[in-house]
Design a protein around this ligand. Structure first.
Ligand code: A3P
Length: 327
């Protein structure tokens, strides 16, 4: 076993491809650990994750069977996962659920309920209707082999690092206060960890670069989107996304406003004001309304000092230098 977070696990408990509790404990004790913003974080295969989630990741990596028709939505946390889930759900299911349908599932269900995160139990046939839309925060190199070996499509949505950081900081403090009345974690302390590479599923830049490179190598398999691009040119971006997913909008649909309808249905204004999203709670305990805060580009400058912004920009420029990816 490695102490650098490479995460080798013995195959002792392989009968149902689920690592045994003991095996997990042993692995965990060998991994680097840092104080996280909510929980501790351990470094596994080069990325930071809550120890509570490690067993699920291991099981997924061993058990998840990708299907050719799967669509995987991938994000760094707080990069617009909820928005992407809504858009792709509406887009892929638009003949079954027309955007103007008063009973559209997005009006009564939070996007996280309609599009589940990749987890061990998803291997059970029929649990998610086909073609399956599944989300994950896993870095590219840690995706299950069945995904890497499959022609299934991956849609990656990234967001500029400063807004991602600020959104994550707000979200974390909401979760901390929901829980046991724990004190808020300071912006400065969280910032230092983030620019040091310690953030959930991070380092941020490794996550983004992994999918950026994959999208350059296999553009027919991996679509790389930016939150800011979706905000700026929603019609262009979602129309391209529909083509990428093999579901282009027909001229008839364009004439009847299907694309505009989907964008409106999935907009921050619409989703955040729905009763279900104001009052509901995920099975894992997070309130749906925690996933909707401001939904704007550039909010970070209301929280970070010019010095912090400059420091973050510097780190990001260094880390992304030479890859042709800019924010
Ligand atoms: P802010 O905290 O900056 O407001 P995730 O879905 O990955 O958890 O990301 C949450 C962020 O996306 C939050 O950002 C949230 O407000 C924003 N968001 C949620 N739904 C959105 C939508 N429909 N359109 C744009 N942004 C949205």
């Amino acid at each position: 076993m490695s102490s650098s977070g490479s995460g080798q696990l013995s195959d002792e408990s392989d009968s149902n491809m689920q690592p045994a509790e003991d095996d997990c404990e042993r692995l965990m004790s060998s991994l680097p650990v840092e104080k996280g913003w909510v929980d501790r974080l351990c470094q596994f295969q080069g990325f930071w994750i809550s120890p509570r989630k490690l067993r699920d990741v291991l099981t997924c990596q061993r058990r998840f069977q990708a299907q050719h028709t799967d669509v995987l939505l991938v994000t760094n946390p707080k990069s617009g996962t909820t928005w992407l889930k809504a858009i792709v759900f509406a887009l892929m299911n638009r003949f079954r659920y027309p955007f103007a349908d008063d009973n559209h599932p997005l009006l009564s269900h939070n996007p996280h309920v309609l599009v589940p995160f990749l987890r061990a139990e998803l291997h059970v046939d029929g649990q998610v209707p086909s073609p399956r839309i599944i989300a994950t925060h896993l870095p590219h190199h840690s995706l299950p082999d069945s995904v890497k070996d499959s022609p299934c499509k991956l849609v990656y949505l990234c967001r500029n690092p400063s807004d991602t950081f600020v959104s994550l900081w707000h979200f974390t403090n909401k979760i901390r206060s929901n829980g046991s009345g724990t004190e808020a974690v300071s912006l400065e302390e969280s910032f230092d960890q983030f620019i040091g590479g310690v953030s959930v599923y991070g380092p941020y830049w490794d996550h983004v670069l992994g999918y950026w490179k994959a999208s350059l190598e296999s553009p027919e398999r991996v679509s790389f989107l930016k939150y800011e691009g979706l905000k700026e040119q929603p019609k262009v971006q979602v129309s391209k996304l529909a083509e990428f997913l093999g579901r282009p909008f027909s001229s008839e649909e364009e004439a009847n406003g299907a694309l505009d309808g989907i964008l409106k249905l999935c907009s921050f204004e619409n989703l955040s004001n729905l009763e279900v999203n104001k009052t509901g709670t995920l099975a894992s305990g997070e309130d749906f309304n925690n996933f909707f805060r401001r939904g704007e580009v550039g909010d970070a400058k209301n929280h970070l000092s010019p010095h912090m912004m400059e420091k973050l920009n510097q780190v990001i420029q260094e880390k992304l230098y030479g890859y042709g990816l800019k924010f």
